[in-house]
Design a protein around this ligand. Structure first.
Ligand SMILES: CC(C)(COP(=O)(O)OP(=O)(O)OC[C@H]1O[C@@H](n2cnc3c(N)ncnc32)[C@H](O)[C@@H]1OP(=O)(O)O)[C@@H](O)C(=O)NCCC(=O)NCCS
Length: 169
């Protein structure tokens, strides 16, 4: 397996993996996450350092992205979507992508990353409820699903988090 930053030429394959990973009952219906990704690639919050692909034999099998949102005036990364092709799930690809994006964040000396997701999956990567650190989501119903991975507690901003504009929140 190879892990590297996503490039423009990967995008059709990234959409296909995201479609397959998030597909619902009807595989012909495009999951919302595909349209969201298309907008994230074009938005001001996109940062190529935080869009990472996993490949098997030069074929994209997984992708993770984090884009710049804000806490007050301070920039803060929001992670998602994360997707692994169904036939490659349960082999550690998601974990490797998460490790890689955390390494990129730490190299950039970021204080933390937030996300909305399943605590059952993300606790293993060190995510905690964001409310514990004074980071407030735009939708209070997100509750414990809105989480933060802290890299530098002292530098972590507190306040209302807003995702990059394509999230609409
Ligand atoms: C979630 C996802 C990225 C995990 O990728 P993966 O490569 O299978 O992850 P890993 O192999 O590193 O870890 C697998 C473990 O994660 C756990 N897991 C996976 N999805 C989970 C979920 N939704 N909730 C809780 N735990 C979950 C399982 O314990 C699994 O262990 P198992 O293999 O013993 O069953 C992948 O399942 C996926 O693309 N799902 C559809 C899209 C999605 O839900 N993305 C995340 C949005 S929050």
């Amino acid at each position: 397996m190879q892990i590297r930053p996503e490039s423009f030429d990967d995008r059709a394959a990234v959409y296909a993996v995201t479609h397959a990973a998030f597909t619902g009952i009807d595989p012909m219906v495009e999951p919302d996450e595909v349209g969201l990704l298309q907008q994230l690639f074009d938005c001001a919050g996109y940062d190529a350092r935080f869009s990472i692909v996993a490949l098997d034999d030069a074929v994209v099998i997984g992708h993770v992205i984090a884009t710049w949102g804000k806490i007050g005036r301070q920039p803060m990364l929001g992670l998602g979507p994360l997707a692994v092709a169904p036939e490659y799930q349960h082999r550690g690809v998601g974990s490797i992508l998460m490790q890689q994006i955390h390494d990129a964040a730490e190299s950039a000396q970021l204080s933390g990353i937030v996300l909305l997701g399943s605590p059952g999956y993300y606790h293993r990567f060190g995510y905690e409820p964001a409310s514990r650190h004074g980071i407030i989501p735009s939708d209070p119903t997100w509750g414990e699903h809105f989480m933060v991975r802290v890299f530098d507690r002292d530098a972590l901003p507190r306040g209302d988090f807003r995702y990059a504009s394509p999230f609409g929140c």
